[in-house]
Design a protein around this ligand. Structure first.
Ligand code: HEC
Length: 278
C-alpha cells in the first residue's frame, strides 16, 4: 500500500511543477502577443553594411597592390591624424611594393612622432619614426577615442564592407517617419554625427572623407569619396591579415594534394583487392 502512495506522490509533485511552468509560459506568450515589445531605434534605423566588391573577397581573393597603396595614402593623409595602427610597422609597407628608401622617407616625414623618455631626467620628448616603428598613437582632444585600426576589419561583422559603409554613410539622415517615432534623433548630441551604419546610430567621429580629390592619387584613379572609402577599407583588410594571400595559396595546395592523395588511395585499393574481388 505504502509504496504505491509514495510512487504516485512523485508524479503529483512533477505534475504540479509542469502546471506552474506551463502557466508562466502561457502568461509570457499572452503578454507578448497582447503588447508586443516596441520597436527600438536600432531596429528601425540601423543598416547592414552595403555590398563591397574587393579583389581580396572570397577563398581565392588576392590583394590589388595598386589599391592597397591608394588605401595607404588615404590612411596617411586622412585617418592617421586620429587613428594608430599599432600592429603594423612602417617596414611592413614593403609588402605593398614600397622600396626601402621610400619607407625610410615615409617614416621620417610622418607628422606624428614617437615618444621617447630621457633615461636620466625622466622627461618625455619625441623622435622621428624609424622603419621598425609601428604607426604611432595620437593624442586626441575631441569627443570619443579613435580606436586602433589594425584589426578593425576583423573586429566588426563584415569588416571591410562595414568600414566602407561607415565612411560613406554620413549623409543618410533618419526618415521623417522614424523622426516622428524617435523624436530624440531630431537633434544629434554635440560632438556626435548621425550614421545609420554605426550600431549606436550617433558616432563621435566627424565625417573623415568630405569631398572628392581629398587625396591625390598618382595612378590615375579618380579620388572620389566612394573610391577613397573603398581603397582605405581594402588597406585595412591587409593590415588585419597581411598573410591572407599566402593562407589562400596554402589552402589551395592542400586541397590539390588531398585530391591527388584520394586518387592514389583509390588506385591502391583497386590494386590490393584485384585478385580477391574478381
Ligand atoms: C578627427 C579624428 C578622426 C579621423 C580623421 C578619423 N577618425 Fe575614425 N574615429 C574617430 C573617433 C573619435 C572614433 C570613435 C567613434 C565612436 O566610438 O563614437 C572613430 C572610430 C572609427 C571606427 C570604428 C567604428 C566602430 O565601429 O567602432 C572606424 C572603422 C574608423 N573610425 C575609421 C576611420 C577611417 C578609415 C578614417 C580615415 C578615412 C578615419 N576613421 C578618420 C576619429 C577619427
Amino acid at each position: 500500500m505504502l509504496p504505491l502512495f509514495i510512487r504516485s506522490i512523485k508524479f503529483l509533485i512533477g505534475a504540479a511543477f509542469i502546471f506552474v511552468l506551463g502557466l508562466a509560459l502561457f502568461g509570457t506568450v499572452k503578454t507578448w502577443i497582447q503588447e508586443p515589445p516596441a520597436e527600438t531605434a536600432e531596429e528601425a534605423m540601423h543598416h547592414h553594411p552595403k555590398e563591397l566588391d574587393l579583389p581580396s573577397n572570397g577563398p581565392l581573393g588576392k590583394f590589388d597592390l595598386a589599391q592597397l597603396q591608394r588605401g595607404f595614402l588615404v590612411y596617411e593623409k586622412v585617418c592617421a591624424s586620429c587613428h594608430s595602427l599599432n600592429l603594423v610597422a612602417f617596414r611592413n609597407l614593403a609588402d605593398l611594393g614600397y622600396s626601402e628608401a621610400e619607407i625610410k622617407k615615409i617614416a621620417k616625414d610622418w607628422p606624428i612622432k614617437q615618444p621617447v623618455q630621457d633615461p636620466k631626467a625622466g622627461t618625455w620628448g619625441e623622435r622621428d619614426n624609424l622603419p621598425s616603428d609601428r604607426f604611432p598613437k595620437v593624442y586626441y582632444p575631441g569627443t570619443g577615442t579613435p580606436p586602433d585600426l589594425s584589426l578593425m576589419t576583423k573586429a566588426r561583422h563584415d569588416g571591410a564592407a562595414y568600414v566602407y559603409s561607415l565612411l560613406t554613410g554620413y549623409n543618410e539622415k533618419p526618415s521623417a517617419e522614424n523622426l516622428k517615432k524617435f523624436p530624440e534623433f531630431a537633434k544629434t548630441p554635440d560632438g556626435m554625427y548621425f550614421n545609420p551604419y554605426f550600431a549606436n546610430l550617433n558616432i563621435s567621429m566627424p565625417p573623415p572623407l568630405t569631398g572628392d580629390d581629398q587625396v591625390t592619387y598618382t595612378d590615375g584613379t579618380r579620388a572620389t569619396v566612394d573610391q577613397m572609402a573603398k581603397d582605405v577599407s581594402a588597406f585595412l583588410v591587409w593590415t588585419a591579415e597581411p598573410t591572407m594571400q599566402s593562407r589562400h595559396r596554402a589552402g589551395l595546395a592542400v586541397v590539390a594534394f588531398l585530391l591527388i592523395a584520394t586518387g592514389l588511395a583509390y588506385g591502391a585499393y583497386l590494386t590490393v583487392w584485384r585478385g580477391v574481388k574478381h
